[in-house]
Design a protein around this ligand. Structure first.
Ligand code: NAD
Length: 367
């Protein structure tokens, strides 16, 4: 008998609907192959939701997301909504959704596909073979700490932000990282600034305390300044990395440039039983509606959804193998295309058709 699962899709704005459309189709097929009947409820989100309801997200939509626990998001934003008040802007919906779902661990895989190694600004021999999973704490640290204010002292204005981490906050995200390391090479690097910051000393101590529970994982600690340098110098030394909110924000953007294209980067934000999956890129208004967007970041996000929320590792790998095979066969959307022998410029629809055929062919060969 087929198991039934429901997820929410929030395609959003710009190229959001174009890329999530492909991801949903792929998801439905791999789920069916693994005896899961996937139903996908779709709601407007961001600018499109504002147009319909006068708000970038409604309480009803947030409730549906919390009920379903698993959300696949496209992207939000666009020039049309840039002048709205902060609480009406599409981005406000995104922050509210992350907070309401309590997704405290943001996972960003940084994988350099061998055939795209030439697309990065860094030397091919440095980045080839890179496969890092950065796990960033998402709901604590300096972006949320109180007090937070601006004041004045003797005519000199000043501002205060607070970097605060509790043991439980650190350990819940560290556990996600240890678990992820177990599924990969068993190596985890925790990044902090423990030589200077109290909150980092708490971070390091809290992570270290978990080592008895994860004796099969080899834990190392690294200072964030050294880490920023090592990511560029020798990215292959890293496998799973865990760090606080601000350090993770900066390191993951720096590391994303190893891959060469924004259109390739997926992300997963998880916490408790909830999961929010979205490509790292935005709504790309400059190419929206033309059918030329690269859907691979959204499709790779769907693979993460299978891995972390549906616990269907084989399905995740099927999707990831189809992406690899598409790139090996030379199909490139505009963001990746450079005139090279064996490559071909394609539209979103061709990418979608290729992935679906590839995944279905795998099923047939298994029968
Ligand atoms: P962007 O990521 O939308 O686009 C940057 C460049 O990359 C553009 O030239 C775009 O065409 C290209 N690009 C991005 N994704 C692509 C894809 N899948 N295929 C092919 N090309 C792709 O960033 P931006 O232009 O700075 O922002 C546009 C809008 O998106 C803004 O309103 C911004 O606020 C919003 N935004 C949303 C998110 C999100 O929803 N998570 C993230 C970043 C930006």
């Amino acid at each position: 008998m087929m198991k039934k699962t429901e997820i929410i899709a929030l395609p959003g704005d710009g190229i959001g609907p174009e890329v999530t459309g492909v991801a949903v189709e792929v998801l439905k097929i791999v789920c069916r192959q693994h005896n899961v009947e996937l139903s996908v409820k779709e709601f407007p989100f961001g600018g499109t939701c504002y147009e319909q309801y006068g708000s970038p997200v409604t309480d009803e939509i947030l409730d549906e997301c919390k009920k379903a626990k698993v959300v696949l998001l496209g992207a939000v934003g666009g020039p049309k909504w840039d002048d709205l008040n902060a609480d009406k802007r599409p981005e406000a919906a995104l922050l509210k959704l992350r907070k309401e779902l309590g997704v405290y661990a943001n996972l960003r895989p940084i994988k350099v596909y061998p055939v795209l190694a030439g697309s990065s600004t860094l030397k091919k021999e440095v980045i080839e073979g890179t496969d890092i999973l950065i796990i960033r704490e998402l709901t604590g640290g300096i972006y949320f700490g109180k007090p937070r204010f601006t004041s004045e002292e003797g005519g000199d204005p000043f501002s205060v932000d607070t970097m605060k981490y509790s043991r439980s906050e650190v350990q819940r995200v560290a556990k996600v990282a240890f678990e992820a390391a177990r599924l990969r090479s068993g190596k985890l690097c925790s990044v902090d600034k423990a030589n200077v910051l109290e909150s980092s000393r708490m971070w390091r101590k809290s992570v270290d305390e978990l080592t008895d529970d994860y004796s099969d994982v080899k834990l190392s600690n690294m200072l964030v300044d050294n880490c920023a340098m090592q990511i560029i110098r020798d990215p292959k030394q890293f496998d799973v990395m865990v760090t606080g909110n601000m350090f993770g924000d900066i390191l993951s953007d720096a590391a994303s440039m190893l891959t060469g294209s924004l259109g390739m980067l997926p992300s997963a934000s998880i916490g408790g039983k909830n999961g929010l999956y979205e490509p790292v890129h935005g709504s790309a208004p400059d190419i929206a509606g033309q059918g030329v967007a690269n859907p691979l970041a959204a499709v790779a996000s769907a693979a993460l959804l299978c891995r972390y929320s549906l616990k269907m590792e084989e399905a995740a790998q099927t999707i990831e193998e189809a992406i690899k095979s598409l790139l090996q066969d030379g199909l490139r959307t505009g963001d990746l295309y450079a005139e090279e022998p064996g490559t071909r410029l394609v539209h979103t629809k061709e990418v979608s058709d290729y992935l679906i055929n590839q995944i279905q062919a795998k099923e047939e060969s298994a029968v």
